[in-house]
Design a protein around this ligand. Structure first.
Ligand SMILES: NC(=O)C1=CN([C@@H]2O[C@H](COP(=O)(O)OP(=O)(O)OC[C@H]3O[C@@H](n4cnc5c(N)ncnc54)[C@H](OP(=O)(O)O)[C@@H]3O)[C@@H](O)[C@H]2O)C=CC1
Ligand SMILES: CC(=O)N[C@@H](CCC(=O)OP(=O)(O)O)C(=O)O
Length: 334
């Protein structure tokens, strides 16, 4: 059993991690840290997990990491910068889902997050956590910064097309829509029922921070607009770029992802419901002769491949486990 500590276990991603670990053959959720919910029963916050977790959340304490083999962190932005130095010093394998260590330089971080990074020297220690891009590096790493949810969806739709020269990397446009669980569990006016029900809106115009991740991973210029959809889970990314090559983008995706365990390259236009509750990614692409553009779409579950599933996939690689361990559940449909 691999004793796993979860930081942010009382959040939405924390709940997804606990759900996945309850069915994982090796990873055991040994330490469940919360903040305001420390001392409260797990079942009170995650009622669906009541049969699997009898205990309560604990307040984070570095001393509690003494006998831990793996740390999964799903904390609000900024907090990982405080705990990462200790974790890295102790050499405990660490998968962080916050944005703190995703970007590879401090100036880019400051540009998109609006404040200076507190541990810039550690940025180079983290591998960007998308296994389909960085599998070998993740395998050999002790610290992984799992990618943002929108960034994961867009990068996976576009990367093979950019790499094969089918799309001009300076011309990318990404419109992606997320379910409200992407904003976390704290009740907020912007994601409350009365605000989102029956409505569809864009936000973060020209300045959403996942733009930086997309540009870093694709070595591209991206105009990204996120949208909020009145549903709980899921992200659909619709991506466009100027066509520059001769090949068929759909066949290019098929070839790139033929051996990927979580991918399905589809002729159809994918829907978020096809991957809900799973670590799956469904992608498609078209060349539009009329406009000279390539169109690519991807659907993921923001809490699955966009968060907890991706973290577990990275952890499996880091620990030399089967990459798909604990992640083979099929999504829920309809
Ligand atoms: N939701 C999603 O789909 C995705 C989220 N992410 C990122 O993952 C992280 C977690 O997201 P999510 O689970 O949605 O967020 P939630 O708001 O649902 O959960 C936040 C968690 O962090 C804990 N926390 C809050 N403040 C502190 C603090 N000061 N010190 C320690 N712990 C604290 C909370 O504890 P408590 O409740 O006990 O106070 C809770 O467990 C964020 O960085 C988010 O951006 C990334 C990809 C997708
Ligand atoms: C719907 C919604 O609000 N989504 C979040 C995505 C957050 C996320 O998952 O990414 P980070 O870890 O980079 O914060 C947002 O746009 O801020």
């Amino acid at each position: 059993m691999i004793r796993t500590a979860i930081l942010g276990a009382s959040g939405y991603v924390g709940g997804e991690l606990l759900r996945l670990l309850a069915a994982h053959p090796q990873l055991h959720a040994a330490k469940l840290f919360g903040e305001s919910k420390a001392g409260r029963p797990v079942a009170e916050t995650h009622p669906h997990l009541a049969p699997f977790y009898a205990g309560s959340f604990e307040k984070f304490d570095e001393a509690a990491l003494a006998d831990v083999d793996l740390i999964l962190a799903a904390l609000p932005h900024g907090h990982s910068q405080d705990v990462a130095p200790t974790i890295l010093e102790r050499g405990i394998p660490f998968v962080d889902l916050g944005a703190d260590f995703r970007l590879n330089n401090a100036a880019t971080y400051e540009r998109w997050y609006g404040h200076a990074h507190k541990a810039p020297a550690l940025l180079g220690e983290f591998v960007y956590g998308i296994p389909e891009l960085n599998r070998a590096a993740i395998r050999g790493s002790k610290a992984v910064a799992a990618a943002g949810c929108y960034a994961t969806a867009a990068i996976l739709a576009l990367k093979p097309l950019v790499d094969s020269g089918l799309v001009n990397p300076k011309s990318l446009i990404v419109d992606a829509a997320s379910g409200v669980s992407g904003a976390g569990r704290e009740a907020k006016e912007a994601t409350g029922f009365s605000t989102v029900d029956g409505s569809f809106s864009a936000y973060g115009l020209l300045n959403h921070r996942h733009t930086a991740e997309m540009e870093m991973a694709l070595d591209a210029t991206v105009l990204f607009t996120p949208h909020l959809v009145p549903m709980t889970r899921g992200i659909l990314a619709t991506c466009y770029g100027e066509a520059t090559g001769e090949g068929d983008p759909l066949e290019t995706l098929r070839a790139a992802y033929a051996d990927e365990p979580f991918f399905h390259v589809t002729d159809a236009s994918p829907a978020t419901k096809w991957v809900s509750g799973s670590n799956g990614v469904q992608v498609t692409a078209r060349y539009d002769n009329r406009t000279g553009r390539v169109l690519a779409l991807s659907a993921i579950d923001n809490l699955g491949k966009g968060a907890g599933g991706q973290m577990v996939q990275c952890a499996n690689l880091m620990l030399g486990l089967e990459e798909t361990a604990g992640l083979t559940a099929i999504g829920v449909y309809p």
